[in-house]
Write a protein that binds this ligand. Structure first.
Ligand SMILES: N[C@@H](CCC(=O)N[C@@H](CS)C(=O)NCC(=O)O)C(=O)O
Length: 203
């Protein structure tokens, strides 16, 4: 049984959905309800996956660990499909996620109203540009890595929700919106949302 430290709606949701997709049991622990989470991750961030003695943080490390351990076809064995999958995985985790991270930073660190507005506008424009490249990719592909959903699509669907948390205009094209809808309808992802929401209601 794995343990996943998560926060509702955070990037940990994609790992939760992946665990559902792999059909493995997981105990979910809400970081916000955890005393001394800094003992689990001194950086205070989710996701953290616990597998026996192994305490693993950093989303990509966790994803690759799970895909390899469960011999998942999501991680292609052959090149160049493997390199392409890793490129999309890193695009999501290391390019799109930090772009949204700027919005969280702006909301916490910039107090001057005019400066905050300008920073939101610039950060929003950068995020919209990233989604434009996704939009273009999806003109030729149903999902980010081909015809079936992978954890990359799940990550992007989680990030796409974050724009609503801020006074920022982020442009999502029709293909991106359709992808987000498809991911929300995908059983493993829908279950992750449902379980996280049920846990929050129980708090
Ligand atoms: N590089 C880390 C980033 C994780 C991250 O930014 N997690 C956010 C949630 S999406 C978090 O825990 N934020 C809470 C905080 O920083 O206090 C990863 O990929 O796992």
């Amino acid at each position: 049984m794995y343990t996943l430290y998560y926060m509702p709606g955070a990037c940990s949701r994609a790992i939760h959905a992946l665990l559902n997709e792999l059909d493995v049991p997981v105990e979910l622990v809400d970081r916000n309800q955890t005393d001394h989470f800094d003992h689990v991750n001194p950086m205070g961030q989710v996701p953290v996956l616990v597998d026996g003695d192994l305490v693993l943080r950093e989303g990509v490390a966790i994803i690759l660990y799970l895909l390899e351990k469960h011999n998942s076809a999501m991680l292609p064995a052959q090149q160049p499909a493997r390199a392409r999958f890793l490129q999309q995985l890193l695009f999501a985790n290391a390019t799109m996620h930090p772009a949204y991270g700027r919005l969280f930073f702006i909301s916490q660190a910039i107090t001057n109203e005019a400066a905050q507005k300008e920073a939101y506008e610039k950060a929003g424009a950068m995020i919209s540009n990233l989604w434009a490249t996704v939009e273009q990719h999806l003109e030729r592909n149903r999902f980010m890595c081909g015809e079936t959903p992978t954890v990359v699509d799940m990550m992007l669907a989680v990030y796409a929700n974050w724009g609503e948390l801020f006074p920022v205009d982020i442009q999502l094209g029709p293909n991106v919106k359709a992808l987000v809808e498809r991911v929300h309808a995908h059983p493993a992802f829908a279950r992750a949302v449902q379980i996280e929401e049920a846990q929050q209601q129980a708090v």
